[in-house]
Design a protein around this ligand. Structure first.
Ligand SMILES: Cc1ncc(COP(=O)(O)O)c(C=O)c1O
Length: 379
């Protein structure tokens, strides 16, 4: 098949400017003879602390494990009991839900703000029950899910906040986080990062991290990620092996320093789409400012599939994030979750209409203008 003229994402192109530094960093790991933990992992953790303003960071194997380990540590410590409820937007990626279920907790699929496609912070009270203990804001598509309403809700009800920051790295909020910082990941009690290769800052394999304001939680996550051991051959928890790979850490240390640049480059493309796309059947995302790092630029259309085919024929590759919402996935049959009001209908409406346009470093400003012009000619 012919490669599209406007690729959606080409990781070779994304990583090309870093190749020299990546090769050197990886060679250093290999020649060091230390292949588990070590300096590169520590450097990445330090960089994440600086980036988010959170005082503790722990590198882990991937974003799902980052979420899982935080929730598991809270359960182990007695902050949460099995069956306690975690409020999360109904249209999130399945990983958010899998982590909640894995920890023995109950997902509350909450209403979505249809203008931001994030948790509807004006409707949080609808999700509240005597078992509500946690809110999981997901910074979906790179849009920070954080405002005064959310902050006041969690403070008033003394809830824990775990941010799913898999897609939001680098986003800055105007409302301060619970501890006074303004960068996603560090806003709540703990934040989970994914460095999956396609993420804004991506590894060359799986990788993830947690950041937190809670030193004991960080120590527990570190132990849980390393067979539950607090020191060599001394196992205090029934842990697993979910450690960050130093080769991935080395790659990420090269790329993470550009996190703000990546966000800004994507904002430039988003502004072009926003200015130029004008079509009666296509709804654009609201623009925002530094609270958006545009992991995806997602338009909505009732004619999504037709639009996608048209764009494909015109050489524009697109993607869909995500056609099938979590509650409709086969694995959810028999799972104990709660759907709040119209939240599932909203997730289905979103799944049937969203289309992600190219917005990575593979898309130049000229490309974006041309793509917008092609979209405007959709009949
Ligand atoms: C919103 C969200 N949460 C969690 C994850 C899980 O991250 P990972 O793929 O690194 O396990 C992802 C990404 O895949 C994601 O998009």
């Amino acid at each position: 098949m012919k490669a599209p003229h406007y690729p959606f994402l080409d990781l070779k192109i994304i990583n090309a400017p870093y190749m020299h530094e990546i090769e050197e960093a990886v060679r250093n790991v290999v020649t060091s003879g230390r292949y588990i933990g070590g300096e590169e992992c520590e450097r990445l953790e330090e960089a994440l602390k600086v980036q988010t303003g959170a005082p503790y960071a722990v590198g882990v194997s991937n974003g799902l494990d980052a979420l899982r380990l935080i929730l598991r540590a809270w359960v182990d410590r007695g902050d949460l009991k099995k069956g306690d409820e975690v409020v999360v937007a109904s249209n999130t990626y399945i990983a958010s839900i899998l982590a909640i279920i894995d920890a023995g907790l109950r997902p509350i699929l909450a209403p979505v703000d249809m203008s931001t496609l994030n948790l509807d912070t004006a409707r949080l009270e609808e999700s509240l029950t005597p078992r509500t203990r946690v809110v999981m804001p997901v910074h979906l598509y790179g849009r920070a899910c954080w405002d005064n309403q959310l902050k006041e809700f969690v403070e008033k009800n003394q809830l824990l906040v775990i941010e799913d920051n898999a897609q939001g790295i680098g986003a800055r909020t105007t409302t301060s986080g619970l501890m006074g910082t303004h960068v996603t990941g560090g806003l709540g009690h703990a934040g989970a990062f994914s460095f999956y290769p396609t993420k804004n800052i991506g590894a060359v394999g799986d990788a993830g991290a947690i950041v937190t304001h809670d030193g004991d939680l960080a120590a527990r996550v570190r132990a849980l990620s390393n067979y539950g051991s607090d020191r060599r051959y001394h196992n205090i928890y029934l842990g697993g092996n979910c450690r960050l790979d130093p080769v991935q850490a080395a790659v990420l240390n090269v790329k993470l320093k550009d996190v703000d640049l990546v966000g800004e480059q994507r904002r430039v493309i988003a502004r072009i789409y926003d200015e130029m796309i004008c079509h009666k059947d296509i709804e654009k995302p609201i623009l925002g400012g530094e609270d958006m790092v545009w992991h995806q630029y997602v338009v909505r259309s009732q004619r999504r599939d037709e639009l996608r085919e048209y764009l494909s024929a015109a050489g524009v590759a697109t993607d869909v994030h995500y056609a099938t919402p979590p509650h409709q996935q086969p694995c959810m049959t028999g799972v104990d979750y709660v759907a709040v009001s119209d939240a599932l209908l909203q997730a289905e409406a979103i799944g049937g209409s969203v289309l992600s346009l190219p917005i990575s470093a593979c898309t130049s400003e000229t490309d974006a203008r041309e793509i917008a012009a092609i979209i405007n000619q959709f009949q």
